[in-house]
Design a protein around this ligand. Sequence first.
Ligand SMILES: [Mg+2]
Length: 133
Amino acid sequence: MKKKILVVEDNEDNRRILVYRLRKIGDFEIIEAQNGLEAIEMTEKHQPDLIFMDLKMPVMDGWEATKRIRVTEGGRRVAIIALTAQAMAGDEQKALAIGCDDYLAKPVVDPEMVREKVERLLKKYGPTLAAVH
Ligand SMILES: [Mg+2]
């Protein structure tokens, strides 16, 4: 069964670059959302194995969305990688503190760094409910 990755990012160029990188890494099912509210809905509906979560987005930001996802049943066993802006010092540690597993600074330029994080975190939580049923 293909692993499912949700890419949450309001900037279309950034989203495309990350999706492009992920397609080179493996045969994943990739779904996309443009704000935190969409991310919550898609997480409930599709039960992704891994989420890339931009922190700064309209409608609902990644901080709020991550907190809300983490208190749901399925949201406790999904890996979340925060997408941080390099200019925002301190966001990395704050992201870990609210429940993200790791972070990735934008722009995402190093394919090997993405691969390492994806491969490590896909193993972290084991099979999802969707995979078990
Ligand atoms: Mg953004």
